[in-house]
Write a protein that binds this ligand. Structure first.
Ligand SMILES: C[S@@+](CC[C@H](N)C(=O)[O-])C[C@H]1O[C@@H](n2cnc3c(N)ncnc32)[C@H](O)[C@@H]1O
Length: 255
């Protein structure tokens, strides 16, 4: 019975993720959805700025803290191994929906491209960004990343294997294609408002810090030499720019 409940919980968490992901596309692109990043009544600038920064910070704290191995070790004792990833996905998705709901528009235009060919190019790049995000999740292990493998394995009394470390497909071009896809989608717009710029700038800063100082640190710790070699061979986010890692990291992968 408990396994069925965990299964239903995991499926619901995945549905909430799908809703938040699709809404994110509409929100950032000001497309299809009732409330886009630039819609709604504008309030005083400082208040809007503080609310928006507060919302993004809330997301950053939840997303970073709950992804750390130390937190997970403690958290699985409470929630159980099978439901851990689904809970992470559910809370992440709910916080995203909170951002979309409470986001304060700041509609002063920073740039507005009128050339229709350029507008089309930017719109295509925007969609390419989202396609990169989605495709890359399948290159790692989409169903494990979103907790579905864990809940199905739990039903079958099977231990979920950690996904294979991926160095192929887009992971051969950059180490973080999912993040690259987000960055492309956040910045590629023909009309950039102050609110959209704030969103893009803060999320970019967060992605750079979280990837470099949290995720890669964990991966170096878990994979050691293998990850250092990967860092030496494949650039972090910008394709075809190779970055050499600090030699001191080779002797201390946990640094
Ligand atoms: C949301 S995904 C983002 C992955 C990567 N940062 C990216 O942007 O494509 C985070 C999870 O992917 C895992 N991960 C990162 N690089 C990986 C790789 N090359 N192969 C398999 N898993 C990876 C991390 O350990 C973490 O659990």
């Amino acid at each position: 019975m408990k396994k069925i409940i965990v299964l239903i919980y995991g499926i619901l968490a995945y549905i909430v993720f799908l809703i938040s992901f699709l809404y994110a596309i509409g929100f950032i692109g000001n497309l299809f959805v009732p409330k886009g990043i630039d819609s709604g009544t504008e309030i005083e600038f400082t208040t809007a700025f503080l609310i928006n920064i507060g919302l993004l910070s809330l997301f950053a704290v939840q997303h970073s803290v709950m992804a750390r191995p130390v937190f997970k070790e403690w958290w699985v004792k409470i929630i159980g191994k099978a439901a851990e990833r689904s809970t992470y996905i559910l809370l992440t998705s709910l916080l995203l929906l909170l951002i979309f709901w409470k986001w304060q528009p700041m509609t002063t235009v920073v740039w507005n491209i009128e050339n229709s060919a350029l507008v089309l190019v930017l719109q295509i790049i925007f969609w390419i960004g989202w396609a990169i995000v989605l495709l890359s999740t399948f290159m790692i292990s989409h169903f494990e990343l979103f907790g579905l493998t864990q809940i199905v394995d739990n039903l079958k009394d099977k231990i979920t294997q950690a996904p294979k470390f991926q160095t192929n497909f887009l992971y051969k071009i950059v180490r973080h294609p999912i993040m690259l896809g987000f960055l492309i989608a956040f910045w590629a717009t023909p009309t950039m408002t102050v609110g959209h710029l704030l969103f893009a700038a803060v999320t970019t800063a967060y992605i750079l810090v979280a990837v470099k100082f949290l995720e890669e640190k964990d991966l170096r710790k878990a994979l050691g030499e293998k990850y250092l070699d990967y860092q030496n061979e494949v650039p972090m986010l910008i394709p075809f720019t190779k970055k050499k890692v600090n030699a001191s990291l080779l002797s201390n992968p946990t640094k």
